[in-house]
Design a protein around this ligand. Sequence first.
Ligand code: SF4
Length: 176
Amino acid sequence: MNEPAPPTPPLADEDGALGGVHIKYLHHCPRQLWLYSRGYRPEQRSALVAFGEAVDESTYTRRRDVDLGEAKIDWVTTGAVVHETKSSRAPSPAHAAQVRHYCLLLERRGVAVRGGTVHYPLIRRTTDVPWDAAARAEAEDTEARAAAVIATQTPPPRLPRAGCRGCSYLDYCWGD
Ligand code: SF4
């Protein structure tokens, strides 16, 4: 099948800073990150994304978002511990990577970060994300990998179709 032309015009993402969505997409599919970074937004939102937002909104009604501009952190408690809520039923490396990215962004703003916690309300579980020199190095490496994907002139290859379930770019990539 002929691949559709890349979306135009290529839009810079805000001021070029990387948020949690960039990190999540990098882990799921570099092509998804590339499309997102160019401002491509499918009109039809993925049902999975909508479901995740509904869980997120109904679970912690008293929390306060921390808006860093390029990233919105679910909430930060004294310490500072970064909290992120996921609608998934299984912890994933992408979730921890997203929290580490938030830790990095906060640290760059002078916050003495203590670590992070990912909350999984659907399975009533939490996982801790340590923040130390190794975690910082990992976060910096992830950030560099995301920047490298975004800098490429052509979109990265598609994932095998089975990996695309629930992705909001199905239409662009597969013509569904
Ligand atoms: S549809 Fe598949 S290949 Fe395309 S961006 Fe989504 S996950 Fe990647």
